[in-house]
Design a protein around this ligand. Structure first.
Ligand SMILES: NCC(=O)N[C@@H](Cc1c[nH]cn1)C(=O)O
Ligand SMILES: [Zn+2]
Ligand SMILES: [Zn+2]
Length: 479
């Protein structure tokens, strides 16, 4: 059942209103990983809740307790739950999204202030932190509600919402909420849910829409090396003492090689090699080495064949070194020996890997490699956060509905992809509610999520809003 023409027309006619809504959201710097922005994450929660309420959604702002971040005890942002429609004759779809964002500073290399939506009318791009990840898609759902309320047409399905403000920092507190609501059955906020839809990832390229049936998990480590009681003068102490930074750099160099192979024994080995049949699946996707190099902005692909490059992202684990806290990084040539440095790295996990079976291998290896250095400094290992990988059955009516909706809006059959990123609660929804979960992305592969100059193409925002609405009509239509 295609969406009514008046809905599609309304979306086109209200493009400006929808862009203004996104502009308001981008202006709230809801960076969950920075204690200085915690108030803003709360502000963003209130903004979203009031938007939902104004279109007839019953909402509840659920406190999730406190947590420790950078040594500070902080209130976690609330989860925003919502429901609209209670018609037993209709399917019930649960929508998840997040209203927090990754950090962004103009000095990181942005061409425009990251928390001001900047339009480039020549290219049709809407620049701003969170435009694609994940404020644009979340507001896409709000746009769908707006259209139906304004046109006074009933929604084709009952809707339930679960929006969080900690996704970029480990989704703390949300698993417990989902599990407890699921245990309440019909009485809970997720009672009667038939399927879940999440719009929080991207097309593989800039041309072909996709449906996503897998995500990698993640395990994130902070490895601290300390020794001196304070920062030291390298002219006074150089070659007299064990230096924490030297130890840390040596240790971090033992984790991964230049070709992406993980050097921690047992980690890569947990994953089975692909069969020829599986390789062919990756070969059939609309992708090229040029796509990865264009979206990365450099000719730096690890392989020359697209199946290997795609498998690197979709069905292999990867280990990335993210940064060193406490190291000198400013301009000029400060001759310091930092007293305490912490290396940050994470491993993206694929089945059958989980934080529970990978973390012990990592800890054992780090301790053994540190021992080999014969340093008198001290090593402390902290596991910051983690989440399991997820793979879904894409031969399901939920995916069929999304496929039909994509064909109607984009006149293209979507690619079926697995995503390299992580949305830890996806598996929690699948396991706690025992329903099919679909990832239906709005943005393109070159949106630059987590990066400088993040953008959402206006056409993806507007056609994406139509796609989300049309998907609901296709779910209502059934097989
Ligand atoms: N759009 C999903 C996303 O960006 N997820 C993050 C989740 C995360 C995990 N640790 C920190 N953030 C991702 O990096 O995949
Ligand atoms: Zn996201
Ligand atoms: Zn993200």
């Amino acid at each position: 059942m295609p969406a009514p023409a008046q809905f599609l027309k309304f979306v086109d006619a209200h493009e400006e209103d929808f862009i203004q809504r996104l502009a308001k959201a981008v202006e709230i710097p809801s960076v969950s990983g920075d204690p200085a922005h915690r108030e803003d994450v709360f502000r963003m929660a209130s903004f979203l809740e009031s938007q939902l309420k104004s279109y007839g959604v019953e909402t509840k702002s659920v406190p999730l307790g406190t947590h420790k971040l950078e040594g500070k005890e902080l209130q976690l942002p609330p989860a925003i739950l919502g429901r609209i429609g209670n018609d037993k004759g209709k399917k019930t779809v649960l929508i998840y999204g997040h209203f927090d964002v990754q950090p962004a500073e103009l000095s990181d290399g942005w061409s425009h202030p990251p928390f001001k939506l900047t339009r480039d009318d020549a290219t049709g791009r809407l620049y701003g932190r969170g435009s694609s990840d994940d404020k644009g898609p979340v507001l896409g759902w709000v746009n769908v509600l707006h259209a139906h309320k304004a046109l006074n047409i009933p929604l084709p399905v009952n809707l339930r919402f679960c929006f969080e403000g900690m996704e970029e920092t480990g989704s703390e507190g949300l698993d417990e909420l989902i599990i407890s609501e699921a245990q309440k059955g019909e009485q809970g906020w997720f009672g009667g849910v038939d399927c879940v839809c999440i719009s929080d990832n991207y097309w593989l390229n800039t041309r072909t829409p996709c449906l996503t049936y897998g995500l990698r998990g993640i395990t994130y480590f902070k490895v601290m090396i300390s020794g001196p009681a304070k920062d030291l003068h390298s002219g006074v102490f150089g070659r007299m003492v064990h230096e924490p930074m030297t130890d840390l750099v040596l240790l971090m160099s033992k984790l991964v090689d230049v070709n992406g192979n993980i050097l921690i024994p047992g980690v890569d080995e947990m994953v089975q090699s692909p069969t020829e049949e599986e390789r062919a699946l990756y070969d059939s996707l609309d992708y090229s080495i040029q796509d990865v190099e264009e979206s990365a902005g450099g000719k730096i692909a690890l392989a020359t064949d697209k199946a290997s490059v795609l498998m690197g992202r979709m069905r292999s684990p990867s280990l990335s070194l993210h940064g060193i806290e406490g190291a000198f990084y400013g301009a000029g040539g400060k001759t310091v020996i930092p007293a305490k440095v912490s290396g940050k790295f994470s491993i993206r996990l694929v089945p059958p890997q989980t934080p529970d079976n990978v973390n012990p291998l990592v800890v054992k290896y780090l301790n053994a490699e540190f021992k080999k250095l014969n340093s008198k400094n001290t090593l402390t290992i902290e596991e910051l956060h983690g989440g399991k990988p997820w793979v879904e059955d894409h031969n399901h009516w939920n995916y069929e509905a999304a496929k039909r909706a994509t064909l109607e809006i984009y006149k293209q059959t979507p690619d079926l992809t697995r995503e390299g990123g992580s949305i830890p609660v996806t598996l929690t929804f699948a396991e706690a509610l025992r329903v099919n979960v679909l990832l239906l992305p709005m943005g393109r592969g070159d949106d630059g999520a987590h990066s400088t100059n993040e953008k959402l193409d206006k056409s993806n925002y507007i056609e994406g809003t139509k796609l989300l609405g049309t998907y609901l009509y296709e779910v209502a239509a059934g097989q």
